[in-house]
Design a protein around this ligand. Structure first.
Ligand SMILES: C[S@@+](CC[C@H](N)C(=O)[O-])C[C@H]1O[C@@H](n2cnc3c(N)ncnc32)[C@H](O)[C@@H]1O
Length: 346
């Protein structure tokens, strides 16, 4: 029996579990370790990993494997037992860049997380494992819950995120104009979107201008469409053109093409998808789309499934995930389909 810990947003725990159980992963739910954090078991490790890869979950933002468990209670721990368990992790590939993630799901003595990370990292370094903080290829996770440390190893792809529990944290920067910026930063961090310096981007629902600012920082020239006003710092940028009208009316009249179309419009998900399908006409061959699907309280999974079906008619789906910075929404990354490449627009 293999044990797994899956993490979703606290409000999306049930949706995440549903996905895992319906996603042809033969699994058994064990318990909630924290809001949105579920433990389940499966009969076979490889089958579970394959199922997660073939049908990537949308509401799960992080997965850890629990290959070994060590009791960890009280103010002082049996470090030798923890390190012996680390040495016993059979799935560890010593040639891969590895990060150590300690994740307490319940209160632990102050400084213990750092101490555990330090001890495990130096134990692995002594055994020739290249330990890194950023850009790992595999993750050694240690989840502290219910008086035990659950240790496991997964490749970065299988863990879904390089951040413990998928909690992707960015520092606020001085010029930041909206919290929404984090959503786009997280999507660009997670998905391989090629952006060339000097290329053009279309930002639908751009105000106050956070996503436009992120795209500008990556060297793109941005057409920002929104009836609302942009933050003065973004509006004053000579490489930002603000079209102060609705996305509908802009898309009806434009004949321009862009390398990237992003859409964070506050709008019913299906209506937003319809506009995104229309916007595909404005994408250059091989161009990317990034959008957020705003989810209703009732049946969010149905809305996501239906929206993705609509988008797949025109686009290849690069990924869809409820990211750490999404609130009641899902981020979708799209690519203009090859068959449409090179075709002249009517
Ligand atoms: C969540 S905000 C976008 C935040 C933006 N991504 C940022 O980073 O600052 C949603 C925006 O969608 C815009 N919006 C809603 N319906 C729209 C439409 N039909 N056409 C264009 N923009 C629209 C709203 O005016 C609002 O500014």
């Amino acid at each position: 029996m293999w044990t797994w810990i899956v993490t979703a947003a606290p409000d999306s725990g049930a949706a995440a579990l549903n996905e895992i159980q319906k996603g042809s992963v033969p699994s058994r739910f064990c318990s909630w370790l924290a809001p949105g954090v579920a433990q389940f078991t499966s009969a076979d490790r490889a089958t579970t990993q394959r199922a997660l890869r073939e049908r990537p979950p949308i509401f799960v933002r992080h997965v850890s494997a629990v290959d070994l468990q060590v009791p960890c209670t009280g103010p002082s721990w049996d470090w030798d037992a923890v390190l012996a368990a680390v040495s016993g992790l059979d799935n560890l590939d010593k040639s891969l860049r590895t990060s150590v993630q300690v994740r307490p799901l319940e209160p632990i003595p102050s400084g213990m997380r750092q101490e555990l990370t330090r001890r495990v990292s130096s134990h692995l370094t002594d055994r020739g494992v290249p330990i890194v903080v950023a850009g790992p290829q595999q993750v050694v996770s240690i989840v502290l819950a219910q008086g035990t440390a659950g240790l496991g190893v997964l490749s970065l792809d299988d863990a879904l995120s390089a951040w413990p529990g998928g909690e992707c944290r960015f520092k606020r920067t001085e010029g930041q104009v909206s919290r929404a910026e984090f959503k786009l930063l997280e999507a660009l961090d997670l998905y391989p979107i090629l952006i060339c310096d000097g290329a053009t981007a279309l930002d639908l629902g751009a105000a106050p201008g956070g996503w436009t600012r992120v795209l500008r920082e990556r060297g793109l020239h941005v057409t920002a469409v929104d009836p609302a006003v942009l933050d003065a710092r973004v509006a004053g940028d000579p490489h930002v053109r603000h079209v102060q009208q609705s996305a509908q009316s802009f898309l009806r009249s434009t004949r321009e093409r862009f390398a990237v179309v992003v859409n964070d419009m506050k709008m019913d998900a299906r209506a937003s998808c319809a506009l995104m399908v229309q916007a595909e006409d404005c994408l250059e061959p091989g161009g990317f789309g990034v959008m957020t699907l705003k989810l209703p309280e009732k049946h969010p999974e149905l809305t996501v499934r239906d929206s993705l079906d609509r988008l797949r008619v025109t686009y290849d789906l690069v990924g869809a995930r409820q990211l750490f910075h999404n609130r009641s929404e899902v981020t979708v990354v799209l690519r203009k389909r090859e068959a449409h490449d090179g075709g002249e627009r009517a």
